[in-house]
Write a protein that binds this ligand. Structure first.
Ligand code: SF4
Ligand code: SF4
Length: 468
């Protein structure tokens, strides 16, 4: 059973557990200040981005679409297929590296300001909770109160909105994989037509609802691997949110002789969404949301003391030393980052706009007839351009009599492929080991072409009229 939300945190274990190991359901109080005012704007922008990307269109295609069953992807007007899968390595390592550098420089800025868990929990679900159930003390009273009509309608309304939002967010998430049109089609045709997609949508909605209603900060504290890595990624000069013990301690009520600037009001604890006390130092549970800064600044203004008792600073800065931005690990990150960026840029720029490969028709690899060695081949072309393209095939040697191309051009839609038949006939006396005939595939959309060397097979010493 979950402990009451206003039970004291257990300092010997995780903040979300009480002394008996029960979950403390945290009901953070509202903070007021510059960071709290900035958050709705940042969250609004990010939600618009998360929600808008699969619905936005670039060049007539979704801005982001990862169509896994079809092994195709659209990224901001660029199309990729399974042969481009190696590029995922650069995307994933780039994101991972970016997070590592961000953590080394700015601590958990991602967690506190941009992670979808924070953005939706703090920016949407907790706001709805406050709107329906009131500020933290009233929410705590409502949680402890016996069931009544008021509790029923407030909880009922909150959960109805939570469920609707979870379903909506799940649809957005699914749209990244099947496109917005695909989601609309699922809704129009119903679950009976798409049972697998329906089960995914229900499971996803259920997980999101459970997470944003109950699981909440436990995801950051217990599950997220990024949070676990922080102690390895940060150093004394990393920007964190910290409490100035030099200034604040010994804490004591206002006008206590010899007391520091902390007036022991506990506002910083009350607003913390993970229920920790920042005055105990840097902790795993701190997601860097900055609400304790606003809470403490408000108190400092009220008691006539300078703001910044809790602030963005480094551990070095908080203990009175100079914070250094440029340090050996930052130089190493910049160098590695530039190198990675250069390699990734090169790989993306050399990403082929079409695939062209040669295969042989089934059956005998060659036929010798009337003094000619005949090879029947198929040129497999895949259009990876974001637009339809009229692919053309032509001999490299102009008018090469050895090459017969029955279908010299064809319009291929994006991701469409086609096998062009090609026949090569070489006089037996011209046959030499390793003989190749050049064929050019031209893609007018990307204005590129590729030369394929068609390897011609035949008898070592062909006899006219003989069939191997
Ligand atoms: S300690 Fe401060 S910054 Fe960290 S999670 Fe709590 S309120 Fe947010
Ligand atoms: S809000 Fe500031 S003054 Fe109040 S307990 Fe926290 S650190 Fe001390």
């Amino acid at each position: 059973m979950a402990a009451k939300q206003h039970d004291a945190p257990n300092l010997d274990s995780l903040s979300m557990l009480d002394a008996e190991g029960h979950r403390r359901y945290v009901l953070p109080a509202d903070a007021r200040g510059r960071y709290s005012r900035a958050k709705p704007w940042v969250y609004g922008l990010l939600i618009a981005l998360y929600v808008g990307l699969p619905f936005a269109s670039v060049g007539g295609h979704p801005a982001v679409l990862l169509d896994i069953p079809a092994r195709q992807a659209w990224l901001f007007g660029q199309s990729f297929n399974a042969q481009d899968f190696y590029l995922v390595f650069f995307i994933l390592t780039g994101i991972g590296f970016g997070l590592i550098v961000m953590s080394a420089l700015f601590g958990r800025i991602w967690c506190g300001w941009a992670c979808p868990q924070t953005v939706f929990l703090d920016g949407v679900f907790r706001r709805i909770e406050r709107w329906i159930e009131g500020p933290a003390p009233r929410r705590a009273r409502l949680a402890d109160a016996p069931w009544s009509f008021e509790k029923l309608w407030r909880k009922g309304l909150k959960h109805a909105i939570y469920v609707a939002l979870a379903v909506a967010i799940a649809q957005v998430f699914i749209a990244y994989f099947i496109s917005a049109d695909g989601v609309a089609r699922l809704w129009a045709e119903g679950p009976a037509e798409h049972p697998a997609a329906f089960i995914w949508a229900v499971a996803m909605s259920g997980i999101l609802y459970f997470n944003f209603w109950w699981f909440r900060e436990q995801l950051c504290i217990v599950i997220c691997p990024y949070g676990r890595l922080q102690s390895a990624l940060q150093d004394q000069h990393t920007l964190i949110i910290g409490y100035d013990t030099v200034r604040g301690e010994p804490r004591g009520k206002l006008n206590t002789p010899g007391a520091g600037d902390c007036v022991a009001c506990n506002r910083c604890v009350a607003v913390c969404p993970t229920g920790i006390d920042i005055r105990h130092g840097l902790q795993l549970e701190c997601i860097g949301c900055a609400y304790c800064i606003d809470a403490c600044d408000e108190i400092m203004v009220k008691v006539g003391r300078p703001k910044g008792l809790i602030r963005y600073d480094s551990q070095a800065g908080l203990s009175g030393e100079t914070r250094r931005f440029w340090r050996p690990r930052v130089f190493a990150y910049v160098l590695a980052g530039l190198l990675g960026l250069a390699v990734a840029t090169f790989m993306f720029r050399t990403h082929k706009p079409f695939e062209a490969n040669v295969t042989r028709v089934q059956g005998a690899p060659f036929v010798v007839q009337d003094g000619l060695v005949e090879n029947r081949l198929l040129v497999h072309v895949v259009n990876k351009n974001p637009k339809p393209s009229l692919f053309q095939l032509e001999p490299v040697r102009e008018g090469d009599p050895r090459l017969m191309i029955p279908q010299a051009e064809l319009l291929l839609q994006p991701f469409q492929d086609h096998r062009f038949p090609v026949v090569v006939e070489v006089p037996t006396q011209e046959m030499t080991p390793g003989l190749t005939v050049g064929l050019r595939v031209i893609d007018p959309v990307s204005q590129t072409s590729r030369v394929l060397d068609l390897e011609i097979l035949g008898p070592r010493r062909a006899e006219p009229g003989a069939t191997p």
